[in-house]
Design a binder for this molecule. Structure first.
Ligand code: AMP
Ligand code: GLY
Length: 423
C-alpha cells in the first residue's frame, strides 16, 4: 500500500520511519517532508493545508492511507475533505474530522467537553469582550499564579502564566481587545494553576476501541533547569518513571475512558491519535490540554518503543478493528535530545550546512527543520534534529543520544544538556 504522511517535522520523520519498517508499506510519501524524510520516502512539495494539492497527489500516486501529523490541517477539515471526495473513496485516513479536532482547536470547547464528561481538569472560565468584567472578578477569586490561554490555535505560544494579578488582568485585556494572539485570543480561557509534574499520554482510537501508546515526558523550556521561554519541545523521555502502573490505570479510568465515551456520546466520530497533556497533582491526573495528533518531540521516543507493525495498527484504526491487534512495547527507555538553531525560540538564521549526520552510531536521527540544498543538508527551522537513543535505562539512552548530539554540528547549534535531569 502507498502511504502519505502529511507534515514536515521530527514527528513526521519518526512516524514515517516506523511506517517504513512495515512490509505492508510499498511507497512512502511526505508532504512536504524534510531532508530526513527524503531518505526514506518521496517528498512532495505540497503544503499541509493545500487540500486540492494533496488530493491530486493522492490520486496520481495511488495513495491508500493518509496519516496527518500536525493539528492545523485537521482543524481546517482535511479528513472531512478526503472522506467527502468521490475520487478519494477507499483512501484510509488517520486523524479526526473537524468536529473532533475541536478538542485542540478550541480550549473553550475542550473545557466544556471535559466538564460535560467528568474529566478532571483545572477550574476555568471563558471570557470574551462581552464579559471582560467577569474575567477580572474570576481572576480576583483565584490564587496566584494565573493561567490565561488563547482559545484558538496559537502554535504553542498561546498560554501566559503570571504570578502578578495586575499583569494577569492587563494580559487578559490585551489578549481580547488588542488581539495579542490574533483571532485565536478573541476568547480566553482563564484557569486555576495546577501544581505537579507533567506528562503526555497518547491514545490511538478507531472510534470505539483504543490502545494506549507509551507515555512520555517533554522538556518545553529552552534553558537548562527548565528556565526561559517555552519551545515546541527540547527533548523527551519514555517511559516516565513516576508514571507507574497505578497512576496510568487512574489515567485510563478517569481520563482516557471518559474522553472516548464522551466523544461517542456527543456524536463525534474520532479515528486517530489523541495526545493528552496531563498534570500529576499529588498522584491524581488532571488534563491540561488535548491535542488531536502526536506530540513533537514525544513521537521521537514513542515510535522507537512500538514493536508492533505500525501500518497494521493504523489500518486497524481506520477500519475500526483495533480490538483485533496486540500492541507490543519495547521495555527499554528511549530518550531524545533536540538540536536547535541559535536564537530559537526567538528569531534564528537558516541555511547552515549540517555536518556529522552520517557519523552517528547506535542512535536514530530524526530530522525536523532540515532541507537539502545543492546536495547538502542544511538547517531550515528552529528545531533541526532530534537524536534518539534506546537503553536499558534512561542513563544509557541519554548517553547514546548525547554522543550523537556532539557528533552532529553546524554554526550556532544549541541544545539542552540536562534532559531527564528531574527524573
Ligand atoms: P498548553 O498549551 O495548554 O499545553 O499549556 C502550555 C504549558 O503551560 C503546559 O505544558 C503547562 O506547563 C502550562 N500550563 C497550562 N495550563 C496550566 C495550568 N492550569 N496549571 C499549570 N500549568 C499550566
Ligand atoms: N511537545 C508538545 C507538543 O507537541 O505539543
Amino acid at each position: 500500500m502507498n502511504i502519505l504522511v502529511v507534515g514536515a517535522g521530527g514527528r513526521e520523520h519518526a512516524i514515517g520511519w516506523k511506517i517504513n519498517e512495515s512490509p505492508k508499506c510499498d511507497e512512502l510519501f511526505f508532504a512536504p517532508g524534510n531532508a530526513g524524510t527524503s531518505e526514506i520516502g518521496i517528498n512532495l512539495d505540497i503544503k499541509v493545508d493545500d487540500f486540492n494539492g494533496l488530493k491530486e497527489a493522492i490520486v496520481s500516486n495511488n495513495i491508500k492511507m493518509v496519516v496527518v501529523g500536525p493539528e492545523d490541517p485537521l482543524v481546517k477539515g482535511l479528513i472531512d475533505f478526503i472522506e467527502e471526495d468521490e475520487e478519494l473513496k477507499g483512501c484510509m485516513t488517520i486523524g479526526p474530522r473537524k468536529s473532533g479536532a475541536m478538542l485542540e482547536g478550541s480550549k473553550d470547547f475542550s473545557k466544556a467537553f471535559m466538564a460535560r464528561h467528568g474529566v478532571p481538569t483545572a477550574k476555568s472560565k471563558t471570557i470574551d469582550k462581552d464579559n471582560l468584567d467577569e474575567g477580572f472578578s474570576f481572576l480576583d477569586g483565584l490564587s496566584s499564579p494565573y493561567v490565561l490561554k488563547a482559545d484558538g490555535l496559537a502554535a504553542g505560544k498561546g498560554v501566559i502564566i503570571t504570578s502578578d494579578l495586575g499583569e494577569a488582568k492587563n494580559t487578559l485585556k490585551d489578549m481580547i481587545l488588542d488581539q495579542k494572539f490574533g483571532a485565536a485570543s478573541a476568547k480566553v480561557v482563564i484557569e486555576e494553576f495546577l501544581s505537579g509534574i507533567e506528562l503526555s499520554v497518547f491514545v490511538l482510537t478507531d472510534g470505539h476501541n483504543y490502545k494506549i501508546l507509551p507515555e512520555a515526558k517533554d522538556y518545553k523550556r529552552i534553558g537548562e533547569g527548565d528556565k526561559g521561554p517555552n519551545t515546541g519541545g527540547m527533548g523527551a523521555i519514555s517511559p516516565v518513571p513516576f508514571a507507574h502502573d497505578g497512576f496510568l490505570q487512574k489515567v485510563e479510568d478517569k481520563v482516557v475512558y471518559p474522553t472516548l465515551k464522551g466523544l461517542e456520546e456527543d456524536g463525534i466520530f474520532y479515528q486517530g491519535f489523541i495526545f493528552i497533556g496531563l498534570m500529576n497533582v499529588d498522584g491524581e491526573p488532571y488534563v491540561i490540554e488535548y491535542n488531536v495528533r502526536m506530540g513533537d518531540p514525544e513521537t521521537e521516543v514513542v515510535m522507537p518503543r512500538i514493536k508492533s507493525d505500525l501500518v497494521e495498527l493504523l489500518e486497524a484504526t481506520a477500519t475500526g478493528q483495533l480490538d483485533s491487534i496486540d500492541l507490543h512495547i519495547d521495555e527499554r527507555t528511549a530518550a531524545t535530545v533536540m538540536l536547535v538553531s541559535e536564537g530559537y525560540p526567538g528569531s534564528y538564521a537558516k541555511g547552515h550546512s549540517i555536518s556529522g549526520l552520517d557519523m552517528t552510531k547506535d542512535t536514530v536521527v530524526f530530522h525536523a527543520g532540515t532541507k537539502v540544498v545543492d546536495g547538502q543538508t542544511t538547517t531550515n527551522g528552529g528545531r533541526v534534529i532530534a537524536c534518539t537513543g534506546l537503553g536499558v535505562d534512561m542513563k544509557e539512552a541519554l548517553k547514546k543520544s548525547y554522543a550523537a548530539v556532539k557528533t552532529i554540528d553546524w554554526p550556532g547549534k544549541n541544545y539542552r544538556s540536562d534532559i531527564g535531569f528531574d527524573l
